[in-house]
Ligand binder design. Sequence first.
Ligand code: FE
Length: 152
Amino acid sequence: MNRRLFLSTTLAALGLGQTARAETFEFTLTDAEWRARLSPLAYQVLRHEATERAFTSPLDKETRAGRYHCAGCDLPLFSSQTKYDSGTGWPSFWEPLADAVRTRPDPGLFGTRTEVHCRRCGGHLGHVFKDGPKPTGLRYCMNGVSLAFVPS
Ligand code: FE
């Protein structure tokens, strides 16, 4: 195996070097349109998988009844009925609404996490972990800046 092939094979095995997403989404904008539509932080999180600092989102402590929509395309993603305080500093839910989100493996240096994104626009929301409460045992750990709360 030549050196270049070895390098690309190794990077692929690590899940690195894959910057373009294979999926296409129902709601699609150009990069310039996303920049114009979103705040700088929401743009970095939704479109480039950045993470907001813990305990900075007002939605972390939001307890009113309502729904949490995608801040990118306004698709309803979570109900307040599945929200709980995980203590992590990020809005947390034990279940998304039906057909609202998709997931993909997110390989990293400390293991593979499961990335969560909006089904309609592909916007990055956060990650899901298996240390959540009943009945699902899941913890959808979301960036508040990726969500827009709509009180009911
Ligand atoms: Fe969306």
